[in-house]
Design a protein around this ligand. Sequence first.
Ligand code: GZL
Length: 341
Amino acid sequence: MRRFFSILLSISMILGLAGCTGAKPTEPSENNAFVIGFSQVGSESDWRIANTKSMTDTFAFDADYEFIMENARQKQENQFASVRRFILDGVDLIIIAPTVEEGWLTVLTEIHDAGIPVIIIDRSVAVWDDNLFLTNIGSDFLRQGNLAVEWLEKVTAQEAVSEEEEPDGSTPVSTTLKILHLQGTIGATAQIQRTKALEDAVATHEDWLITSQLYGDFTEAKAYEVMTEYLKENKDIDVLYSENDNMTFGAMRALDEAGITYGEGGDVKIITFDATKEALQYCLDGKINLCVECNPMFGPQVKDLVEKYRNGDTIPKHVYVDESAYTSKDLTQEFIDARAY
Ligand code: GZL
């Protein structure tokens, strides 16, 4: 049922945006609106749909702006095509949510040469010259990963203490913590940094082992597919470190079908990123152990940066959004019900 609503939501978002994406200003906007061309990654996850909603709610219904959003369907080449159309259309500003970090120098140089300012949102671009964009607003993904591994260190240390002595007085043999790693789109800043945090932590814990790194592309379907395949041969997992909620939902379905329990008191601890409403509900219900927040609702902050640019104010090169991490102890039903995404 959830999937039906998320598809419905994405269709309504696309239809609702038709008015914003169809308008191609071949000449200056009739009402002298400030024209923004926005290249969005895709609609691969609940996080992305919430981010699109935050951006469209902020700009598309403000008469001072003409907002043209194009969905790249997670393909960088589609973003290049959109950006080149925006340049030809003579938009006033371009916003890019980059699919991956690499490969942006040429098209950012083209935008720069056309005299159009660029704001990078969400993930980052790997260019040495940060004059090619006004600012990069998004999450501190490495901090998100570090919040996750710090939580894992704490709970495993607590468990080690509680298992200090076997009933016969012997000390238990230290066991290896087997971590299954579900990765998002390879090359996206969110994947690079969340992976770095885990790999750095494993390098400092001799009893931690990444049993496998599966590619889930930040989607539920791909994660379900790769988890189902993996679980055919491997069932001995202590932790699932999943780089976004939608992959976690796919993995949970595969774990259910393999008869493996998870969450509080389960065989597998689940760590997930995004902290969407649905994941927080699973966390409150004890099915997910840790939700690390990745806040998509920064449309208003982006507008504030655009207004600062239009007023000639200085803009910081990097702006981070506020985020936290939640276990069931941190959550109430009221808190979850009040969440915007
Ligand atoms: C994070 C964003 C990631 C989310 C995923 O800022 O780039 O992309 O974590 C989304 O849900 O697909």
